[in-house]
Design a protein around this ligand. Structure first.
Ligand code: DC
Length: 229
């Protein structure tokens, strides 16, 4: 018997608990956690702040060349996103970014640039990455693929609570509308639409707790990590 380092790809709809699960699983396994959505959010923030036109391929190319996205683990063991050396973790979660990120992440050039970076980050394996196309496009060879889903109202409540934790009360209708709009764009876009990989395990998180999600994923991961020889 031997242990191998694997890639765990977690895809699914917004606000299903993907990143909370992914972070915890990475911590338990001693793996790196990469939030691919944060990368698209950082690009969106840059595009907004620099008034990059989403319909001008030259401008987009030029902007992408100016963007460097990195991750650092802070003192509380929480991974934070840096854009050109600046901590943007809070900024990229704001509604102005959430409102635009699906449009930006549907752009082919943006996806190509991010997928190339994501593949580099996963070269050594020992990684948990969450997103929309990780099991289908970024790591089609991932040893473990998961696809998360949950009832849309439960997802909206959970996202609203996350905002409340940051002392912001956002109307449930507004949260729901944002999630619905993103689902629609994420699943129907031409470039790498959100879909379950054929070999992904489906997890419906409507009625289970985060701890149960984590336990389920760890159980599945262990069966892939242990190789009988
Ligand atoms: O996971 P998130 O909600 O932070 O992702 C933000 C947006 O980025 C989401 O609406 C779709 C997009 N995204 C993507 O297209 N591909 C990924 N691998 C991750 C996120």
């Amino acid at each position: 018997m031997r242990l191998q380092k694997i890639v765990i790809a977690i895809d699914g709809y917004s606000a299903c608990g993907k990143s909370t699960t992914a972070k915890e699983v990475a911590k338990v396994l001693g793996y790196r956690y990469i939030d691919s959505g944060a990368m698209y959010r950082a690009v969106t923030l840059y595009f907004l702040d620099h008034h990059v036109s989403l319909t001008n391929p030259k401008e987009i190319d030029r902007a992408l060349q100016q963007i460097s996205i990195t991750f650092k683990v802070n003192a509380k063991s929480f991974t934070e996103t840096y854009l050109n050396g600046l901590n943007v973790e809070r900024e990229i979660r704001k509604m102005r970014v959430s409102d635009q990120v699906s449009q930006v992440s549907a752009i082919k050039q943006v996806r190509e640039a991010m997928v190339a970076q994501q593949r580099k980050l996963g070269k050594e394996r020992g990684i948990v990455m969450d997103g929309r196309d990780i099991g289908t496009v970024v790591f089609p060879d991932a040893e473990l693929k998961l696809f998360m889903t949950a009832d849309i109202l439960v997802r909206a409540f959970r996202r609203q609570r996350e905002w409340l934790d940051q002392d912001r009360l956002i109307d449930l209708d507004e949260v729901l509308e944002n999630i619905q709009k993103r689902d629609q764009i994420d699943t129907t876009r031409e470039e790498s639409p959100l879909r379950k990989a054929d070999d992904a395990v489906m997890i419906d998180t409507t009625h289970i707790t985060i701890d149960e999600q984590v336990d389920q994923v760890i159980g599945l991961a262990i069966s892939k990590i242990i190789v009988n020889i």
